[in-house]
Design a binder for this molecule. Structure first.
Ligand SMILES: Nc1ncnc2c1ncn2[C@@H]1O[C@H](COP(=O)(O)OP(=O)(O)OP(=O)(O)O)[C@@H](O)[C@H]1O
Length: 375
């Protein structure tokens, strides 16, 4: 998959491939990364995210393919000459040096004049809010503070690109969220290009302008979190990002399918769905509305709505929201999610209808059962 953007990309991956023996870890990836972008590689364990990042960093050599920076090949450029900063999950700070000297280290090995070095270290200490900890050794810092030192150390020599491999993976949820907010601010303030690896979809959503979804060494989805969530390009992405209701049906026209006694409508697709094709309809739980039979009578079904009759199985209170699972006559299970203050709990066994807007229906005609079975 390749992005179509107007400005020249900062980094271009062309048919980038990495094989370990007969195993393909990264399978001919094409990707363009824009200057100043925050792009996240998201995928489950072993999908090839870190290997791709390591090839960009210069720690791994591609088996074939090309990595371009400003349209020039990086393949024979050693790692330390690529102008790339790197932050890993494990900080690898020098325990015997102060925070200040840890951060100053990349400038020291580049023989930066002392006054300039000290000014840069002071500026970056302020940026990561560690001024009060400058003279401490890393051994006396919390996990979050150590990671801020590692980020500062990677940023201090002003690399063009910052690569981050699960940098917050070792931290607890609250601290991780605080650092995500800080990282977003740092990115905004410095305008640096960040390529970030995570398997945490909330983290990817919170941080990134674009997300590349990895599966078995390939990029199977690329776009903003919003686009990937609202209009997943395939059933795997739909299943991987957030929760989904999948309904297997047979198309009866290019915009209709039969489900039990009901006709379900969907938008005409760019490549029209073939009549009699076995297709998959996908609706997000928050777009599926549960109505009592009485409510359904009072609110006539409009042309842009789909409806299925079902029975409530269970309603679960989650604080800000409820989830309500319902089952249809043929045993199809569907999940609705709604804000607690809008509705109350619906008793198990209640006959209801679920409705959703045709525009909230995603349609897939190429899919495998394994795409929609969550690991
Ligand atoms: N040096 C190596 N030799 C053999 N196989 C490797 C090597 N490095 C990585 N792999 C394999 O390549 C695949 C991709 O690994 P990679 O680390 O890129 O995945 P990942 O998506 O970053 O996963 P994780 O989130 O667990 O780090 C995995 O199956 C891994 O076992």
């Amino acid at each position: 998959m390749t992005t179509q953007q107007s400005s020249a990309p900062l980094v271009t991956l062309k048919l980038l491939n990495k094989e370990y023996g007969r195993f393909t870890a990264v399978n001919k990836i094409n990707l363009e990364i824009q200057q100043g972008e925050f792009l996240t590689f998201l995928g489950s364990s072993g999908s090839g995210k870190s290997t791709t990042l390591s090839m960009i960093a210069g720690f791994e050599t591609p088996t074939s393919g090309e990595i371009l920076l400003h349209n020039k090949s990086l393949i024979n450029v050693p790692s330390h000459k690529r102008g790339i900063g790197m932050v890993f999950q494990h900080y690898s700070l020098f325990p015997h040096m102060s925070v200040r000297d840890n951060i100053g280290f990349p400038l020291d090995i580049r023989k930066t004049p002392k006054a300039e070095r000290n000014k840069k270290v002071d500026d970056i200490l302020k940026l990561v809010q560690l001024e009060d900890f400058a003279e401490r050794p890393p051994t006396l810092l919390s996990g979050g503070q150590k990671q801020r030192v590692a980020i500062a150390r990677a940023l201090v020599y002003e690399p063009e690109i910052l690569l981050m491999d699960e940098p917050l993976g070792a931290l607890d949820k609250k601290l991780r969220e605080d650092l995500q907010d800080e990282l977003r601010q740092i990115h905004k303030r410095l305008g640096i290009t960040i390529i970030y690896v995570t398997h945490d979809q909330d983290e990817a959503m919170r941080l990134s302008e674009r997300i590349a979804i990895f599966k078995e060494g390939e990029i199977v989805g690329l776009g903003s979190g919003r686009n990937l969530y609202d209009s997943p390009p395939n059933a795997f992405v739909a299943s991987f990002l957030g929760n989904s209701n999948f309904i297997k049906v047979r198309a009866v026209s290019t915009s209709e399918a039969q489900f039990e006694q009901q006709t379900l409508k969907f938008r005409e697709q760019t490549t029209p769905i073939k009549t009699q094709a076995d297709i998959l309809l996908m609706v997000r739980p928050e777009n599926l509305h549960v109505l009592s039979e009485q409510q359904a009578e009072q609110e006539p079904l409009t042309v842009e709505m789909n409806q299925i009759a079902a029975t409530v199985e269970e309603t679960v209170f989650l604080g800000e929201s409820y989830t309500c699972s319902v089952v249809t006559e043929s045993g199809q299970r569907l999940m609705s999610k709604y804000i607690s203050k809008d509705h109350c709990e619906i008793a198990a066994g209640t006959d209801i209808v679920v409705r959703w807007n045709v525009n909230h229906t995603n349609v897939y005609d190429q899919w495998k059962q394994s795409d929609i079975t969550k690991a």
